[in-house]
Design a protein around this ligand. Structure first.
Ligand SMILES: Cc1cc2nc3c(=O)[nH]c(=O)nc-3n(C[C@H](O)[C@H](O)[C@H](O)COP(=O)(O)O)c2cc1C
Length: 179
């Protein structure tokens, strides 16, 4: 079961909610350390994740603001959580899971270079189109924009990606980006 810290700062109920979940037979819970009212504003409250972890016997997964391997280590150290859930940090960066795995194992990790990130963007695009058809190209525009983060000339490429309507157009753009 996945839930937030609470509805708003006057209704913080993650601890109570976690207990009810466990007593009702939930096998595992995930907590995003923000209230519903907060949406994505402010920092995720990792303290509440630690409080729920301390109170329950079932596995507790921590969630909120993990964008690097170091963040994952910090969240685990702060809360004692049994697992880490990543959402926005994986957008345009599926490599984050390898980074976190290495961090948790205390192993060295090398960030992917530009060519590797663009190759991943092409693979993602091809698979999305194979799975959903050409309409996936429109949906992929935002993903391509995320993959282009840090790539030289990203602003121009993003503008072009937002106009690409076919697999061929989008692929051509991602291939040119490597030049
Ligand atoms: C594209 C996207 C879709 C999401 N869909 C859901 C959803 O269906 N249900 C849900 O509980 N949370 C959903 N979330 C929220 C995330 O699961 C997560 O709790 C939140 O983004 C905080 O984690 P983060 O800091 O790693 O992004 C979604 C987040 C993103 C970015």
């Amino acid at each position: 079961m996945k839930f937030r810290k609470g509805f708003d700062e006057s209704h913080v109920n993650a601890l109570e909610f976690g207990r009810v979940a466990e007593n009702s037979g939930a096998a595992m819970v995930t907590i995003h350390g923000r209230t519903r009212a907060q949406m994505y504003s402010g920092r995720a409250d990792w303290d509440i994740i630690g409080e729920v972890k301390a109170a329950l016997s079932i596995p507790v997964i921590g969630n909120g603001d993990v964008f690097t391997g170091a963040d994952a280590l910090a969240l685990r150290a702060h809360t004692g959580c049994d697992g880490i859930m990543v959402a926005r940090g994986a957008q345009g960066n599926p490599f984050i899971f390898a980074e976190i795995k290495a961090a948790l194992a205390g192993e060295a990790y090398t960030q992917p270079g530009e060519a590797q990130r663009l190759a991943m963007a092409r693979l993602h695009l091809q698979r999305a189109v194979a799975h959903k058809g050409q309409s996936a190209v429109i949906e992929m525009r935002k993903h391509v924009a995320w993959y282009l983060k840090g790539v030289r000339g990203a602003a121009t490429l993003r503008a072009k990606a937002n106009e690409a309507a076919t697999l061929e157009e989008m692929l051509a753009l991602l291939e040119r980006a490597e030049d």
